[in-house]
Write a protein that binds this ligand. Sequence first.
Ligand SMILES: [Fe+2]
Length: 367
Amino acid sequence: MNKTAERTSVGELQELLAAGLPVTVVDVRSLADLDWAIPGSVHVDAYDDLKAGHLGPLAELKLPRGPVVTVCGMGHTAAIATDLLRARGVDASTLEGGMQAWSLAWNAAELTVDGCEVVQVRRTGKGCLSYIVASRGEALVIDASVDPDVYVRLLEQRRLRLVGVLDTHIHADHLSRSKLLADREGVDLWLPAQRPTHFPFRAVADGARIPFGDAELIALHSPGHTAESTTYLLDNVAAFTGDTLFLTGVGRPDLEGGDTHDVATRARRLHASIRRLLELPAGVLILPGHVSDPVRFDGRPLATQVGTVRDSVSLTRLNQEAFVEAVLTRIPPTPPNHAKIVELNERGELPDDPTELEAGANRCAIA
Ligand SMILES: [Fe+2]
């Protein structure tokens, strides 16, 4: 990063954090807007003071050595903070585009599962987890949620050849980049069998096998979150569970709409799907489609074992009716724009700037 720049791009801040370099991120949004944050950032409630042209509580903040990056919703108020801090000699710059632009920031973590290389690509703000899974030089991408360039670069760095792209379901919280990636690289796009999708794809039915290198993914239809939701099993050692089962919770069954009866019916299906997943051997690794909190830049994979979920996620131990009741009473607020996002995903369209539609924290899980 250019130390004298008054602006820092999302990519520059992402690189600083991923490299563990010293940088203090100062978030100046008002408390009411603080539904998600950059990991490690310091919040100072100075929004109204800055709007009035002074630092307010920011003047008291003890800042460590090293650059400071200020952030707000879109970058305007943070720019006032930057100007005032720089006037005091602080090496401050503004995160360009603010939290809306930060929505696209990502980081990665790697693990090896039964000889297969797995790269977990995490959209830090939204908590969307996507995967590159590779065997003997051939790779699949699951649930692409960041720019196709990111996956192409990660594949090139690892000398991997992309042979297919898959989604676990029709997403409602982010715009899928899977079609774009598959089209760009000229490989098959595999989606769970369903009717709403308006473009050609290879339909995945329960039990379908998707080969790559020496390995294969086996599709396990796991409805409930959505009708078509599918888990991909990797040689019975790992399960890419999409939004059916998370590390500490289960998927929400309400986003396909309908009345309480419809949602309860989907919750029953979700219960059955989760039961099926938890019958897998205790050591099988759960690799979900989301986490609820912003993903840290620590390179640590977000994964857990079937046995741990069985022991620690109390919802999964309830009988069917108790589960339905618990899920229905704990459904979080509906994410903004979800109907529009589903519609665009069904049409396979991606707006030039997806960040406005995708704004906000992730609300996929029920715990
Ligand atoms: Fe979802």
